[in-house]
Design a protein around this ligand. Structure first.
Ligand code: NOJ
Length: 539
């Protein structure tokens, strides 16, 4: 079986992870200094968000040189050392591959700007104006038109994200080959693979307003695989917002030689209004959550492979989002961890999740840093939304929530930096921090550590079948896994209310319980708020 099916991934957002030189920005030497901690947690892979040279319009997702490290993060020697030091601890480094677009400061784009007959012009997507305006009404994910006018040449270029992130033209075979060479440059360094940023956009057909799942997407992925990944033993995970069960199979069926797995967001969109944007809030319905997560467990088939996650650098913190980050912070953080980590797929832990870091509310847009948040704020103010309403959405969904510095200790700035952090630390760091978590044997950290270990030691977690129990229960999420005559049952109360259930006869011993309860009477299971446990039985 492929190694990445047994692995647990930890995502690092480098700017906020650990600063080593007092400039207030996390860096690669800082990551190296925390590898022992990650080894203790038990993870196998680090997904490193971009550390490449970048003007940082979108915190590094706007790359100006794929083969250089941004000086804020360190040097190429630091990067080589990170790969080697991680390797010593059995940890692989997965780099972020951002190839839907580059920065406008990338030399390819700088060349392209020189004129219509520059050899790099066709590395990007250019169109003539239509009726004196943009070619069509395609919108950027970061608000406004997806087309930016270039006065010098009289043409528009496409940017599905910020105007400093021009889209690459995947129709161009020469551009594709340059990207493959760059991928091989990194693979030759011995990295463990790539997380592939908005990869479902690369087959776009802008004239037909097709931005995801374009007709040539899978051809490009197969070509990329042939030219690069197939020559190494690596994992590739595609960020695929628009994945369906059908195309999940196209992406990750090993016989098709595209990606190892997908990273899809269907469950993450459940707390937004239908036909709305992520900012249009709606309460989560746990019955719907069960339906969606279970569908991805059972209907994905035997060949395709999915990721398991609650958070990343684009999402708020799960404990604040669907749990309770006050009275039941510890219980609810553990409950969500237990719920996810016994499922089939490759789990991802986002930095700070393992200690139950929370969202950081703001009261004014001047406190925001993220380009998506800031652009949306101004767009909605213009459309007539009230400031209060927009700030509420930002506090629930904004990307800055997950991007605050990691809370390492109760020292100034949470031990993240000795200087001024680029983004303020959440004031709850004196209680919520790694040092405290490591001292407390009942901390969220040790629940994650135990979940990682249980997955490694028990093939049922990776290979077992999945059956949802109590599908209509409004707050208890329960399911069974079965493998070679053994059955594991996972029961999680997602509410602040006590719940009583009947799950069968007899008493069982728990494999894990966030209330440290060793035995459960199946005839009368009495669950405390956010209580979660799992037990084994014979099939
Ligand atoms: C998805 C990344 O996760 C996000 O942070 C970024 O802003 C966009 N892609 C654009 O690269």
């Amino acid at each position: 079986m492929s190694w990445w099916k047994n692995s647990v991934v930890y995502q690092i957002y480098p700017k906020s992870f650990q600063d080593s030189n007092g400039d207030g920005i996390g860096d690669i030497p800082g990551i190296i200094s925390r590898l022992d901690y990650l080894e203790k947690l038990g993870i196998d892979v680090i997904w490193l968000s971009p550390v490449y040279k970048s003007p940082m319009d979108d915190n590094g997702y706007d790359i100006s040189d794929y083969r250089a490290i941004h000086p804020d993060f360190g040097t190429m020697e630091d990067m080589d050392q990170l790969i080697a030091e991680a390797d010593k601890r059995g940890i692989k480094i997965v780099m972020d591959l951002v190839v839907n677009h580059t920065s406008d400061e990338h030399e390819w784009f700088q060349e392209a700007l020189k004129g219509r007959d520059n050899p790099y012009r066709d590395y990007y997507v250019w169109r003539d104006p239509v009726n004196g305006g943009p070619p069509n009404d395609l919108e950027s994910t970061f608000s406004g038109s997806a087309w930016e006018y270039d006065e010098a040449s009289g043409q528009y270029y496409l940017h599905l994200f910020s105007k400093k992130q021009p889209d690459l033209n995947w129709e161009n075979p020469k551009m594709r080959q340059d990207i493959y060479d760059m991928i091989n440059f990194w693979l030759d360094k011995g990295i463990g693979g790539f997380r592939m940023d908005v990869i479902d956009n690369i087959g776009k057909v802008p004239d037909e307003k097709i931005v995801v799942n374009g007709p040539k997407l899978h051809d490009y992925l197969q070509e990329m695989n042939r030219e690069t990944f197939s020559k190494y033993d690596v994992m590739t995970v595609g960020e695929t917002w628009g994945a369906t069960l059908e195309n999940a199979k196209l992406y990750s069926d090993p016989d098709r030689h595209e990606l190892s797995m997908i990273f899809q967001f269907e469950h993450i969109g459940l707390d937004e209004q239908e036909n709305g944007a992520k900012w249009d809030l709606k309460d989560i319905d746990f019955v719907e959550l069960k339906e969606v997560l279970s569908k991805w467990q059972t209907d994905i088939g035997d060949k395709a492979w999915n990721s398991l996650f609650w958070n990343n650098h684009d999402s708020p913190r799960i404990v604040s989002r669907w749990g309770n980050d006050k009275e039941y912070r510890v219980e609810s953080a553990k409950a969500f961890a237990i719920l996810l980590h016994f499922m089939k797929g490759t789990p991802y832990i986002y930095q700070g999740e393992e200690i139950g870091m929370t969202n950081t509310p703001i009261s004014d847009i001047s406190e925001a840093n993220d380009i998506e948040t800031i652009n949306m704020y101004h767009e909605r103010i213009e459309k007539g939304y009230s400031k209060e309403e927009i700030i509420e959405s930002i506090n629930v969904k904004g990307r800055d929530n997950g991007r605050r510095p990691v809370q390492w200790s109760s020292e100034k700035h949470a031990g993240f930096t000795t200087g001024n952090p680029w983004q303020a630390v959440n004031s709850n760091y004196t209680e919520i921090n790694v040092e405290e978590a490591l001292k407390d044997k009942d901390s969220i950290f040790y629940t994650y550590q135990q979940l990682v270990r249980l997955r490694k030691e028990n093939p049922i977690v990776v290979k077992g079948s999945y059956t949802l129990l109590l599908p209509d229960h409004e707050s208890v999420f329960a399911y069974e896994r079965e493998y070679e005559g053994e059955k594991w049952t996972v029961v999680v109360n997602l509410s602040e209310e006590k719940e009583t259930l009947e799950l069968g006869e007899g008493t069982v011993s728990s494999i894990i319980s966030n209330y440290s309860r060793e035995e459960y009477d199946l005839k009368h299971v009495e669950l405390e708020p956010y209580e979660a446990f799992a037990y084994k039985s014979k099939k």
